[in-house]
Design a binder for this molecule. Structure first.
Ligand code: AMP
Length: 433
């Protein structure tokens, strides 16, 4: 059996998944968070059927390890009829840095399984947000690659430093296996110059590497391949628009399996209206806020990245809450949904024009997979473009990839659950053979 460990690391937390690659099933997953705070948290979930101890009943245990001032809460819930239920454990303990975090993770594997001796990972795949123009494919991490990721922190100060901390700690924890970096930007390295160039002073742009890079590439690539598979057509023959709508959101135009246009830019701030990000805005607004409201550059950064989007418009950053409020007559929430779908529909039209012909439009991520309302409203009135949603199919909550367009719709519309961890594991394995 071949297993790959996938690590998605931020500056104060990391997520992991151990994936068995022959069947492409997740054996265990976990989250280590609040690293560097007084008290950290770690959760570890063992998937059904792979528990080391084979727990067969529901238990709820709380124990205190006074020596290490660790409190351990174990709750195991029966979720399927399989011999071993899915089990989750949670711990609270100080986790001063990522190295300590990986020690906690290894302990969770030892105590609760699955055994890393039986399922020794052949490689570790790391999600890295920004690969700049330097990285266009999965890359085995060497010291020079680490230096490059560090150097790219200037373009992604909120993301790359945390990824690097995770990489360093993971290499200490698994020194004998290759570590592979999978970049969110890599899939968009096929953008043509007319799509990635901003119309600003060319010398400045070159000196400061100002161009559009695009993000969510791992998800867009995964969904584009899955959509072609669903249609049983070679990806090379299909023109696609992928709508990744989560807390962050981006649109991608895919021709012959290659990204040719995407809505996020030099940073993940451009494009759609998001949970807390403004997306597209006239840059003149920033000059105005600086001159008239006295906001400095850091305040503007926080305003647009963390205090705008749905949150800025309504005080609520989660679309589910905004929809509930809109349904009960809240005016700002109704307007926020209008703004959200108006922007989205504009991108669909724009990318339709860029592609010339569209075969399939796919919705993915939290909003895309779950909100029939957003899907219906984003594509309503586009019958003249050959896009017709079937309301019953759209309302169905069946899991897995599914068609929501009507039989007479020239453009197929799909819902495809994204799986970035699996895609990272696949790319990692293909890199190390
Ligand atoms: P993600 O970033 O892909 O995990 O997506 C998370 C976001 O999906 C949340 O912030 C929610 O706003 C959104 N979401 C999840 N389920 C629904 C739903 N049924 N309706 C609207 N939004 C949803």
């Amino acid at each position: 059996m071949t297993a790959v460990l996938v690590v998605n690391s931020g500056s104060s937390s990391f997520k992991y998944q151990l994936i068995e690659m022959d069947s492409e099933t997740t054996l265990a997953s976990g989250l280590v968070e609040r690293i560097g705070e007084l008290m950290g948290q770690a959760s570890h979930t063992v998937m059904a059927g792979v528990s080391r101890t084979g727990v067969t009943e529901t238990v709820d245990v709380s124990a205190a390890d006074a020596a290490a001032s660790v409190s351990l809460h174990t709750s195991v819930s029966l979720v399927t009829e399989t011999p071993y239920p899915e089990s989750s454990t949670e711990r609270e303990l100080p986790i001063p840095d990522h190295t300590a975090g990986f020690a906690v993770m290894l302990e969770a594997f030892r105590e609760h399984g699955p055994s890393l001796v039986e399922h020794v990972p052949v490689a570790v795949g790391h999600r890295v947000v920004h690969g700049g123009a330097r990285f266009h494919e999965p890359t085995v991490i060497t010291e020079s690659v680490e230096r490059d990721i560090d150097e790219l922190s200037g373009l992604a100060p909120l993301h790359n430093p945390g990824a690097l901390q995770g990489i360093t700690a993971a290499i200490e924890a698994f020194p004998a296996v290759p570590h592979v970096a999978i970049f969110d930007t890599a899939f968009h390295q096929t953008l043509p110059p007319e799509a990635f160039t901003y119309a600003i002073n060319a010398d400045l742009a070159e000196r400061f590497r100002i161009r559009r890079y695009g993000f969510h590439g791992t998800s867009h690539g995964f969904v584009a391949r899955a959509a072609a598979e669903y249609l049983e057509r070679p990806v090379e023959d299909v023109n696609q628009i992928v709508l990744h709508l989560g807390n962050g959101g981006s649109v991608c135009a895919v021709r012959a399996g290659r990204s040719v246009e995407t809505s996020m830019g030099m940073t993940p701030l451009e494009g759609l209206v998001m949970g807390t990000r403004s997306g597209d805005i006239d840059p003149g607004v920033l000059f105005h806020l600086h001159r008239r409201a006295g906001l400095d550059v850091d305040e503007l950064d926080v305003l647009l990245n963390r205090g705008s989007g749905l949150l800025g418009l309504t005080g609520r950053g989660d679309l589910r809450d905004v929809i509930v409020a809109a349904d009960s007559g809240d005016g700002p929430s109704q307007l926020a949904i209008d703004v959200y779908v108006h922007r989205l529909k504009g991108y669909v039209g724009s990318y339709y024009a860029q592609l010339g012909r569209v075969d399939v439009i796919s919705f993915t991520a939290g909003v895309g997979e779950n909100s029939a309302l957003v899907r219906a409203r984003a594509l309503e009135g586009l019958e003249a473009l050959g896009i017709r949603i079937d309301p019953e199919r759209n309302a169905s909550r069946v899991r897995g990839p599914r068609r929501i367009s009507a039989d007479d719709s020239a453009v197929t519309v799909l819902v495809i659950p994204t799986n970035e961890e699996l895609e990272i594991a696949r790319q990692t394995l293909s890199k190390v053979g």
